[in-house]
Design a protein around this ligand. Structure first.
Ligand SMILES: NC(=O)c1ccc[n+]([C@@H]2O[C@H](COP(=O)([O-])OP(=O)(O)OC[C@H]3O[C@@H](n4cnc5c(N)ncnc54)[C@H](OP(=O)(O)O)[C@@H]3O)[C@@H](O)[C@H]2O)c1
Length: 337
């Protein structure tokens, strides 16, 4: 079988394709013939060796993958041969709060999904909703579970609540889709007119251009009668503007520190934090339980992801080069023969 491996000291050149033997499942493990992956901003950070978690040299990269169970070890009860499954990004995080002991992640500390056959714990896979193709299902494990957790881990999102989501990236698009399912009014920021048009077509109620309108937080206030929004999902920052946009007693789900907290970014003024009077919580993707809850909603509403482009497994380097361009809208998928 073929697997990509990654050496963190060499950027994209450190990503190389190798032949190796197919894995054998041990007790409680399954082997998945991977059919599709997706990649995104997180993988660019891994490639650039600027990710928050340690990267094991030689690791199989990629935390998002979907495929068919082709072998099961002793005592496997959750899945059977032939099941279509998605891997969970943090395979040891089953439920409850995120803890240090659950932080081993696919594609950084543990071998990931950019391989033809993946060896996974049975707890680390979830069934794929029937209405999704393999390529569609591969869009969900990171960005969608993060969006779901960002909306679900605060108080309940009530119909008519206002949600602000920053940027038109993969996480934001799922926030938009999930928040509309919950009956919310959704405001999105973006940098381009074409993307703004697509966001409106996807159901965004208001779209603000953060380049043309650097004081977009003031516009958010104006759009909400001076109150501010009930929820902000901050995947691209700056955090200070999220805090200026949120209503008193609202919530900010802080998802993407790297875009808003790059070296040189202004530290958040403590008085802004205090005056916001809102809850701020950090989101780290989500647990198996989040993934299963999300899948129930995805299945009920037959929700489909926004897919930008599909690249063949052998063209992974091209896919990353395209990903880095930031041109597209939606998930970038890797398809296996
Ligand atoms: N905490 C977690 O568990 C978790 C999980 C997944 C991702 N993340 C993080 O969340 C962030 C977004 O991830 P993603 O996969 O959605 O990324 P993505 O698809 O690459 O989207 C990033 C978006 O951010 C916007 N953006 C880029 N530069 C910006 C800037 N200077 N100011 C404002 N907006 C800017 C862009 O929106 P426009 O093109 O519309 O301008 C871009 O589409 C990343 O930092 C990623 O690491 C965190």
């Amino acid at each position: 079988m073929k697997s990509y491996h990654f050496d963190p000291d060499h950027g994209l050149a450190g990503l190389t394709l190798h032949e190796q033997d197919e894995p054998e499942p041990g007790r409680g493990q399954v082997v998945v013939r991977v059919r599709a992956n997706s990649i995104g901003y997180r993988d660019l950070m891994v490639l650039g060796n600027r990710y928050v978690l340690p990267i094991r040299p030689g690791v199989v990269p990629g935390c998002e993958g979907v495929g068919e169970v082709v072998a099961v070890g002793e005592d496997v009860r959750r899945v059977r041969i032939g099941d279509r499954v998605a891997a969970t990004v943090f395979p040891h995080w089953l439920d409850g709060p995120f803890r240090r002991e659950n932080a081993a992640q696919l594609g950084t500390m543990l071998d990931g999904m950019l391989t033809e056959y993946a060896l996974l714990d049975e707890d680390g896979v979830v069934p794929v909703p029937d209405h999704l193709s393999d390529e569609e299902a591969a869009a969900f494990p990171l960005a969608a579970v993060t969006a779901w957790n960002a909306l679900a881990s605060g108080g309940p999102l009530r119909p008519g609540a206002t949600v602000l989501t920053l940027g038109s990236g993969a996480v934001s698009l799922f926030v938009l889709q999930f928040a509309k399912l919950a009956g919310a009014r959704v405001i999105v920021t973006t940098s381009g007119a074409a993307k703004a048009e697509r966001l409106r077509a996807l159901g965004a109620d208001d779209v603000l251009n953060y380049r043309e309108n650097p004081d977009w937080d003031e516009t958010v206030r104006a759009l909400t009668g001076g109150e501010g929004v009930d929820r902000v999902v901050d995947a691209s920052g700056p955090l200070e503007k999220s805090l200026k946009s949120v209503a008193m007693s609202g919530e900010v789900a802080f998802v993407g520190f790297s875009l808003s907290g790059d070296a040189g970014a202004k530290p958040v003024d403590p008085s802004v934090l205090f005056m916001a009077g809102a809850a701020l919580h950090r989101v780290a993707t989500g647990s198996r339980a989040h993934f299963l809850d999300m899948n129930r909603a995805v299945e009920t509403h037959r929700l489909r992801p926004v897919i930008d482009r599909v690249f063949p497994f052998e063209k992974l380097h091209d896919a990353f080069t395209y990903c880095e361009s930031g041109e597209g809208l939606g998930k970038i998928i890797i398809s296996h023969p």
